[in-house]
Design a protein around this ligand. Structure first.
Ligand SMILES: Cc1cc2nc3c(=O)[nH]c(=O)nc-3n(C[C@H](O)[C@H](O)[C@H](O)COP(=O)(O)OP(=O)(O)OC[C@H]3O[C@@H](n4cnc5c(N)ncnc54)[C@H](O)[C@@H]3O)c2cc1C
Length: 459
C-alpha cells in the first residue's frame, strides 16, 4: 500500500514539477510581452508603415516569428498567441511571415491615414495609369530585398505586355520601357530588362546605387538573401555598404547596362496612343511603359531659417571620421539624427550638440536610446531638448530653448528633418492615392507554401 502511494507520488512529481516550470516560464514570458507592449505604447502611437498582421485563429503559438525578428520585440507571445506589441519598430523584413509554419502572418500597411499617403497599386505594382508601374520603396515597402523583387516583377509584366503589342511594338524612337531611378529597384529592373532583351533605358538624377550609395561609410547592410536578375543570389545576409556598391559597379561596367545619370525626370505624360513621354532636365524620351523606382527619400526637408544656405549646413552624413576637433550641431529627433550625433561625438575632439524641438525622443530605436544615454553620460553628445535653431551664422548658431535665445559656437550643422517624398510629382502625373493592404511577396509565398503543406497532395 505504502509502496503504491510512493509510486503515485513519484508520478505526480514527474508530471507536476515540469508543468510548474512550464507555467512559470509562460507567466514570465507573458509579463515580458506586456512590458514590451507598454514600452511600445510609450514610444509611439503604433505601427508607422508595414507591419505583421497575425491571424489569431491560425496562429499555433510556436514562437517561430518572435525568434526570427531582427528588430527585437516587434512581436511577442501573449496567451499562447503571437501579438504585435511594438509595430513602430517593424521595417518590413517579413522574416516572421516567412518563418510562420501555418501562414498566419501577412505584412500589411499601417493605418488608413498611412494608406492615404501611398500610391494605389495593383498586385502587379501598376498604378492607376495603365502601364505606369512603381517598384521599391516609393510603393510603401522599405528594404533592399523588396525593392529588388518588385523591380524584377514589374519588368516581367512589362515584357508580357510589350510582346502582346506585336507589330505596334517597334516604333522608331520608342523604348519598350523607361526605368526611372537606379537604386536597388531600378538596378534590378534594368537587369531583368537586359535578361528579357527589352529595349530599355534607365534614367538617374544622381549616382547609381540610390539610398545605398548614401549610407554612412562601412554601414552594415542587413538583408535576407536576395536574388538579382542575371547575377543570382547575394547569399550574405550582412554586408557592408562598400561590398554592395562593389556589386553595383560590376553591373555598371556591363556594356548592356544602359543608364543615363544626371537626368532628373520632371514629367511623365501618357498620350492617346498609350505612348509615354518622359521629360527630363536634359530632354525627352518615349516608351510603351514606365517603371518609377524613385524611392521615398525625395528631397531633404529644410528648416527655413536664416543662414541655412551656408556651405557648412548639411543634410546627410557619410564620413563622420572626416570631422575632428569641430563644434557641431545636429538637429533632429529621429534615428538618423541620433546616429549622426553619436558618430560625430566619437571622433577626436568634437563637441557635439543635439537639438530637438520636442521634450523627449519618442520614436527612436531602443538600441539608439540606450547608446545615446551612454553618450550623454560620457559627454560625447550634449542634448538640448525643446529647442529650435533660429539662425545659423558663420561661426555660431542661435538656438531658441524653451523661449530663450542661446548662442553656441559652431563649425558645422547637420539637419535631419526628414525628406519630402515625391507625392506631389506622382499626383501631377496622374497617379491616384488610396488605402490598400499590401502583402509582401515573402509573406504571400510563405502563406502559399503553408497552405500547400496543410492541403492534401493532389491525387
Ligand atoms: C539610413 C538607412 C539605412 C538602411 N538600412 C537598410 C538595411 O540595412 N537593409 C535594407 O534592406 N534596407 C535598408 N534601408 C532601406 C533601403 O535603403 C531602401 O528601402 C532601398 O534603398 C529602396 O530602394 P529603391 O530603389 O526603392 O529606392 P532608392 O534606393 O531610394 O533609389 C531611388 C533612386 O531614384 C533616383 N531618383 C529619385 N527621383 C528621381 C527623378 N525624378 N529622376 C531620376 N532619378 C530619380 C534617386 O536618385 C535614387 O538613386 C535603409 C535606409 C536608410 C535611409
Amino acid at each position: 500500500m505504502a509502496s503504491s502511494l510512493l509510486i503515485y507520488c513519484f508520478y505526480a512529481l514527474v508530471i507536476l514539477v515540469p508543468m510548474a516550470f512550464y507555467l512559470r516560464s509562460q507567466k514570465r514570458r507573458a509579463a515580458r510581452a506586456r512590458e514590451a507592449a507598454e514600452k511600445g505604447k510609450l514610444f509611439s502611437e503604433g505601427p508607422k508603415a508595414q507591419h505583421p498582421h497575425i491571424d489569431v485563429t491560425n496562429c499555433i503559438g510556436c514562437q517561430s516569428c518572435t525568434a526570427v525578428c531582427p528588430e527585437g520585440d516587434v512581436l511577442a507571445m501573449l496567451g499562447g498567441k503571437a501579438v504585435l506589441v511594438n509595430g513602430y519598430k517593424c521595417i518590413g523584413h517579413g522574416l516572421c511571415a516567412e518563418a510562420c509554419p501555418v501562414g498566419a502572418i501577412s505584412m500589411v500597411m499601417a493605418s488608413p491615414s498611412m494608406g492615404a499617403e501611398m500610391p494605389y497599386l495593383t498586385p502587379k505594382y501598376e498604378t492607376s495609369v495603365p502601364n505606369l508601374f512603381i517598384a521599391g520603396e516609393l510603393g510603401g515597402l522599405a528594404l533592399i530585398r523588396n525593392a529588388v523583387n518588385q523591380g524584377r516583377d514589374c519588368i516581367d509584366t512589362v515584357a508580357n505586355r510589350v510582346a502582346a503589342l506585336g507589330a505596334a511594338r517597334s516604333l522608331p524612337g520608342v523604348y519598350d520601357v523607361l526605368i526611372i531611378g537606379a537604386g536597388p529597384a531600378g538596378i534590378s529592373a534594368s537587369l531583368r530588362a537586359m535578361e528579357k532583351k527589352l529595349n530599355y533605358l534607365t534614367l538617374e538624377r544622381d549616382e547609381i546605387g540610390g539610398t545605398v550609395a548614401k549610407y554612412p561609410r562601412q554601414k552594415l547592410v542587413m538583408t535576407s538573401p536576395v536574388e538579382f536578375p542575371m547575377y543570382g543570389k547575394l547569399k550574405k545576409t550582412e554586408l557592408s555598404k562598400e561590398e554592395l556598391l562593389a556589386f553595383w559597379n560590376q553591373v555598371l561596367r556591363r556594356a548592356d547596362f544602359k543608364v543615363r545619370s544626371g537626368e532628373r525626370v520632371e514629367d511623365v505624360r501618357r498620350g492617346e496612343e498609350g505612348i509615354f513621354t518622359v521629360v527630363t532636365n536634359n530632354g525627352q524620351y518615349s516608351s510603351h511603359a514606365v517603371v518609377l523606382a524613385l524611392g521615398r527619400t525625395g528631397t531633404p526637408r529644410k528648416l527655413g531659417v536664416k543662414g541655412e544656405e551656408l556651405p557648412k549646413v548639411m543634410y546627410r552624413l557619410i564620413e563622420a571620421d572626416h570631422y575632428i576637433n569641430k563644434r557641431i550641431l545636429v538637429v533632429g529627433g529621429g534615428d538618423s539624427a541620433i546616429e549622426a550625433a553619436m558618430g560625430l561625438g566619437f571622433q577626436k575632439g568634437n563637441q557635439v550638440t543635439l537639438s530637438y524641438r520636442k521634450g523627449s525622443f519618442s520614436r527612436i530605436k531602443e538600441r539608439n536610446a540606450k547608446r545615446l544615454e551612454d553618450c550623454i553620460r560620457t559627454g560625447k553628445v550634449k542634448v538640448v531638448l525643446n529647442s529650435i535653431p533660429v539662425e545659423i551664422k558663420a561661426d555660431a548658431v542661435i538656438l531658441e530653448v524653451s523661449g530663450e535665445l542661446r548662442e553656441i559656437p559652431n563649425d558645422f550643422v547637420w539637419i535631419f528633418a526628414g525628406g519630402i517624398p515625391p507625392n506631389d510629382f506622382l499626383k501631377k502625373i496622374g497617379v491616384q492615392f488610396g488605402m490598400r493592404d499590401i502583402t509582401l511577396e515573402a509573406s504571400s509565398e510563405a502563406q502559399q507554401a503553408a497552405l500547400e503543406r496543410k492541403q492534401p497532395a493532389p491525387a
